[in-house]
Design a protein around this ligand. Structure first.
Ligand code: TUI
Length: 314
């Protein structure tokens, strides 16, 4: 039986590139699609013109399917949806909010929609509204996070919906992919692993910071303000955590945090930037080409899943 996600989207492997704002752009997006996964343009922080240009660049670099991620806290989402529709982008993922008000226009145009869901209730609502699949993302992820872990969330979402589930958060290699499939997911989405790739258009210092990270190198800040974001610990995130603990006014937090992701991605500002990364940063020891990451992951997952067990089966 063929994998439902591969069949629906016309891809070889059920591996999505996380739609990371400022990171999931050309040439990373086409590298993932050309390697048999699904490249996804992170439209967060883009103008409609920039998104249109990125779509054209991806189309020049690959004939394979790709998607666009809409970061729903972005006030420009309605215009970005227009760009997606007029460019006939085949699939969209959404994050950091409820995409209900865009579902009809996207589905009406034949766009496949995979909302990121941090909880079972939203997964059910999205399926009712016509989502083609859902991405169950655990709190291990980098960037904007929910509260539930991938290990606990994925099987609960799998039990709650009939559409295919993609697991995200805490996956960086074939072991993680095998685990996700064992939990009932039919695909995986990776961000941090692809950020630390040769093709990621990210400052070298940011990539090196991911390689240096240990298991406890990340922290979530902004939960008390309703915007929980996981980043590598550095001067900025330590200060933000201190401001929150002291109950300082949100404006003080915001004035430090604003522009943090741009400082990390474009300037490699290791102390003043928001180095968004997932808990798997500690698992990543080498910057590799995307095709190698994908091939190794698929081979490792298949090998693990073909093993028997070393205890008696009752
Ligand atoms: O969206 C993400 N991760 C992100 S977005 C982002 S951009 C950013 N830039 C600067 C500061 C802050 C953010 C960085 N990382 N992941 C998908 C995701 N979606 N995780 C959690 C959710 C989510 C949360 C609540 C999805 C839906 C939701 O619904 C709430 C509701 O309205 O029901």
């Amino acid at each position: 039986m063929k994998n439902r996600i591969c069949e629906m989207l016309g891809i070889r492997y059920p591996i999505f590139l996380g739609g990371m704002a400022h990171v999931a752009r050309e040439p990373l997006v086409s590298a993932v699609s050309n390697a048999g996964g699904l490249g996804i343009i992170g439209a967060g922080g883009m103008s409609p013109e920039e998104l249109d240009r990125q779509i054209q660049l991806v189309r020049k670099a690959t004939d394979r399917p790709f998607g666009v991620n809409l970061m729903l806290m972005d006030p420009k989402v309605p215009e970005l949806v227009e760009v997606v529709l007029s460019a006939q982008v085949p699939m969209v993922t959404t994050g950091a909010g409820n995409p209900a008000k865009y579902m009809d226009s996207l589905k009406g145009a034949g766009v496949k929609v995979f909302p990121v869901v941090p909880a079972v209730a939203l997964a059910r609502r999205m399926e009712k509204l016509g989502a083609d699949g859902v991405i169950a993302e655990g709190t291990e992820s980098g960037g904007h996070v929910g509260t539930e872990t991938t290990m606990a969330l994925v099987p609960q979402v799998v039990d709650a919906v009939r559409v295919p589930v993609v697991a995200a958060g805490g996956i960086a290699d074939g072991r993680g992919m095998a685990a996700a499939l064992a939990l009932g997911a039919e695909g995986v989405q990776l961000g941090t692993r692809f950020l630390a790739s040769v093709e990621a258009p990210v400052h070298e210092k940011y990539k090196q910071a991911v390689l240096k990270a240990s298991d406890r190198a990340t922290i979530v800040t902004g939960r008390t303000l309703g915007r929980p974001v996981r980043c590598l610990l550095n001067k900025l995130t330590r200060t933000l955590a201190k401001y929150e603990a002291e109950g300082r006014p949100p404006e003080e937090f915001e004035s430090l945090a604003v522009g943090g992701l741009r400082r990390a991605v474009y300037e490699g500002d290791l102390e003043g930037g928001s180095l968004m990364a997932g808990q798997v940063a500690g698992l990543i020891h080498e910057i590799k080409p995307v095709a190698e990451i994908i091939e190794e992951m698929v081979r490792e997952a298949a090998e693990i899943l073909s093993r028997g067990v070393d205890f008696p089966v009752p």
